[in-house]
Design a protein around this ligand. Structure first.
Ligand code: SAM
Length: 286
């Protein structure tokens, strides 16, 4: 259905199917016709690409993705939307809808089975209640994907794209920068959604890195340290890591010193290479 981002058309489709929004599932549907084509175009929906979409709603973005990419596999948790999508996506023979929770889908298998011979991209207007878990799941699994392009709350976008070593960063910033190069593409006002959320949004693209930072010998330990380091805002690295990881303060202080860092350094002052060095020094002593 081509005029699907028209608010009148969406309302009509929803009414005919007796569909009502679920707040718990983060259902804020896009009703601004200019947004979905931009996400699709900037999100690698193009010839030679297969796209995974997470959370279709009534299929506004799915429709734009299907027009541009070779194939779209769309994952939607709400079974009430399946008959809606059968109607709104009827003209596309390159879309497969899977009724599932994305957190429970084996995406390695899906990519192997559905996108043989194609490059792969992920595009989504993410449900905000589960933004970070979905992003981390996509990045940590080292899927065969080129990019992840997602709508997130504006504040989350700022945090995710904050350069490592700046005040806005958090543990998720480190993780995102470890696996990808993040970039805010454009802002989207709250009025572009139905129902309108009480925050503005932005679209972010994560270009997946071929090589993750050098020197990490134990990724699980590195991320455990990062989570501990950023669990308590404004504390020193020594205090947050020793309390967060249950380690002796003297040992953590020694690791800080062996990494060539000032004793009172705060986690948000560290660049990626310094976090890696500190993690390796800490591991020797922990
Ligand atoms: N793409 C549509 C749009 O832009 O209008 C809908 C976006 S809406 C913000 C998020 C969608 O994700 C909803 O359709 C919701 O039902 C779906 N969803 C929520 N949690 C999900 C999950 N765990 N797995 C898959 N889909 C989910």
């Amino acid at each position: 259905m081509d005029n699907l981002s028209n608010i009148g058309v969406i309302k009509d489709v929803m009414q005919r199917h007796g569909f009502t929004f679920s707040k718990a599932l983060g259902q804020n549907f896009l009703v601004n016709p200019s947004v979905c084509p931009r996400i699709a175009e900037m999100g690698n929906a193009k010839k030679g690409f297969g796209v995974i979409e997470i959370g279709t709603g009534v299929g506004v973005l799915t429709n734009e993705l299907a027009k541009r990419a070779d194939k779209v596999v769309a994952i939607e948790i709400d079974d009430r939307l399946i008959p809606v999508l059968e109607e709104t996506l009827a003209e596309h023979d390159n879309v497969k809808v899977i009724n599932a929770d994305v957190m429970e889908v084996d995406l390695h298998k899906l990519i192997e089975e559905e996108f043989d011979g194609l490059e792969v991209a992920v595009c989504a207007n993410l449900p905000y209640y589960i933004t970070s878990p979905i992003l981390m799941m996509l990045l940590e699994q080292r899927l065969r994907i080129r990019s992840v392009t997602v709508m997130v709350q504006k504040e989350a976008g700022t945090r995710l794209c904050a350069p490592v070593g700046t005040r806005d960063m958090g543990a998720v910033t480190v993780a995102v920068n470890y696996f990808s190069a993040p970039k805010i593409l454009f802002n989207v006002s709250r009025g572009s959604f139905m129902p309108a959320p009480n925050v503005d949004s932005c679209v972010v693209r994560f270009d997946i890195k071929e090589d993750t930072p050098a020197g990490v010998t134990d990724e699980a330990f590195f991320f455990k340290m990062v989570r501990a380091a950023f669990s308590q805002r404004r504390k020193t690295l020594v205090n947050s890591v020793s309390s967060g990881m249950g380690l002796d303060k003297a040992a953590v202080t020694k690791a800080v010193e062996n990494s060539g860092l000032p004793a009172a350094v705060r986690p948000e002052q560290l660049k990626m290479e310094q976090l890696v060095t500190f993690s390796e020094e800490l591991k020797k002593l922990a």
